[in-house]
Design a protein around this ligand. Structure first.
Ligand code: RFL
Ligand code: PHB
Length: 392
């Protein structure tokens, strides 16, 4: 067996959580390795998040990986809600003094990978048979196979940043899982056409939810709620555009510019939390520990919030010999996570067609009317959407 190499932190997964954690550790002078199951091209091409909270924007800037986001990202001061053809603008800036940034996850992973390239970080893409062992020993072991070669690392800590389907969470002994699966998914289309509106539109309709989003002034991202067992192949572009138009206010539908889709996929809707997020020398971060339905645009933001806490805690443990923040890691993160779970669940329930009963639809109508007439209700939505401060 090949000799094992010592690194202070072994990171499993090169999604936004793993890449950002590695970058923060590098800046703190902590040695690390990242092992990723997929290829770099695959990870950078995965179309997912589009909206960053101020906290995530601040983190990218503070870590000096925000320059392109500052140039190319779109600052949004509000969103539009639509219900059965009526519209209501939620003005984040007026209600909270904050805004959000539209900047794709693909761009963030690209920026982070380029930053890692510039310092020669050790990242193994296409790593197979990733295993974590000796998690409660004096050193944990991280092993994998890359291009047929077996690699062994001994680590002071392992960060499980390997998403919902990774190997890290199952390694936590006595983990408790809280879950809600919705009977729906989001069918998403990416298209090189100008966005239908300068701000995002979240539309609740008797036929189901729809979202108009974007990546740039010339690239749009649209979603329609579909049933969980729907197949992408059954959705031609024409069928998608017809369904989207049917769910949008008439004047919005009339100005929608359509074009050939450049990506089309279905994402399931799920709420999930694993607790605790740590076991011995293993700590989970991001989607490995929690999933939210995408309605609140919280997943990537939560992943960054975890990583910010984790990087500081690892640094304190490894550099100052102070384990206290690390011992409280799960407890610290779960407070924020549960608030984001609550908001994402609420926003999903009031905008999606989840039950086929007229009572549920009338409640959604009442939520919309209440929001339209109450600044307090709008502030609740706005302060959650832009991101709660870390101490709340
Ligand atoms: P990721 O991105 O899933 O990365 C995990 C990485 O681990 C790798 N991996 C392994 N590596 C080694 N060994 C193994 N055994 C492994 N198993 C897995 C995977 O290949 C992968 O590269 O998790 P991470 O880093 O925690 O990041 C989380 C975010 O990706 C996710 O929360 C967001 O995309 C969620 N999300 C959104 N979040 C936002 O904050 N704002 C948004 O606007 C937003 N929109 C969205 C979204 C997610 C969506 N989908 C498709 C679920 C919109 C959609 C449609
Ligand atoms: C996106 O642009 O992909 C997006 C925007 C807002 C959401 C979810 C996804 O709530």
């Amino acid at each position: 067996m090949a000799a094992s190499i010592h690194v202070e932190v072994g990171i499993v997964g090169a999604g936004p959580a793993g890449l950002m954690l590695g970058w923060m550790l590098a800046r703190a002078g902590v040695s690390f390795v990242i092992v990723e199951r997929q290829s770099r091209e695959y990870v950078e091409g995965r179309i997912r998040a589009g909206v960053l909270e101020q906290g995530a924007v601040d983190l990218l800037n503070a870590c000096e990986v925000g320059a392109r986001m500052q140039r190319e990202g779109l600052v949004h001061d509000g969103i539009e809600l639509a219900c059965d053809g009526e519209s209501l603008r939620i003005d984040f800036r007026a209600l909270t003094g904050k805004s959000v940034m539209v900047y794709g996850q693909t761009e963030i992973t690209r920026d982070l990978n380029l930053a890692h390239d510039s310092i020669g970080s050790r990242i193994h893409y296409e790593a197979a048979q990733v295993t974590l062992t000796e998690l409660t020993g004096t050193r944990a072991a991280l092993a994998c196979t890359v291009a047929g070669e077996a690699l062994h690392y001994s680590c002071d800590f392992i960060a499980g940043c390997d998403g919902f389907h990774g190997v890290s969470r199952p390694a936590i002994v006595g983990v408790q899982e809280y879950e809600r699966i919705y009977p729906s998914g989001w069918l998403g289309v990416l298209c090189d056409t100008p966005p239908v509106s300068p701000e995002l539109i979240y539309a609740s309709h008797a036929r189901g939810f729809a979202l108009c989003s974007m990546r740039s002034p010339t690239r749009s991202r649209y979603y329609v709620q579909v049933s969980a067992d729907e197949q992408v192949d059954d959705w031609s572009d024409a069928r998608f555009w017809d369904e989207l138009r049917a769910r949008l206010p008439r004047e919005v539908a009339a100005r929608l510019v359509t074009g050939p889709s450049i990506e089309k996929s279905i994402a399931p809707l799920r709420s999930f939390v694993a607790a605790p997020m740590q076991h011995g020398r293993l700590l989970l971060a991001g989607d490995a520990a929690h999933i939210v339905p995408p309605t609140g645009a919280k997943g990537l933001n939560l992943a960054f919030a975890d990583v910010e806490v984790l990087a500081a805690a690892l640094r304190a443990a490894l550099r100052d010999g102070d384990d206290r923040a690390l011992a409280r890691y799960s407890e610290t993160c779960l407070k924020r996570i549960w608030k984001a779970e609550r908001f994402s669940w609420w926003f999903t329930s009031v905008t999606h067609r989840l039950q086929d009963d007229s009572f549920a639809r009338q409640l959604q109508r009442a939520e919309f009317d209440y929001l339209a007439g109450s600044r307090a209700a709008q502030t609740v939505l706005a302060e959650n959407y832009v991101g709660l401060p870390s101490h709340v």
